[in-house]
Design a protein. Structure first.
Length: 79
């Protein structure tokens, strides 16, 4: 394995979908997100951002806990 941050993403995405990107307190945009075995990528403002992760990183799915019924189907990703 390699821990260099500029590693290319390997293989096909494990998961793909649309997520909300919180870039500032005032701006929330939908982005196309792809999770790979060694990192992730997403498109925002017609630019792809690619992030490679250390082999010791953990990505897990988290559910919102809220009293608002409209948020029940939302989840977030914690890295």
């Amino acid at each position: 394995y390699s821990i260099y941050p500029d590693q290319p993403l390997r293989g096909q995405p494990m998961r793909e979908g649309e997520l909300w990107f919180l870039s500032t307190e005032d701006k929330v945009d939908p982005v196309n997100f792809s999770l790979y075995i060694n990192g992730f990528s997403f498109w925002h403002d017609d630019q792809e951002t690619v992030i490679s992760l250390s082999p010791f990183s953990l990505v897990r799915n988290c559910k919102f806990q809220s009293t608002y019924p409209s948020l029940g189907s939302l989840s977030d990703v914690k890295i």
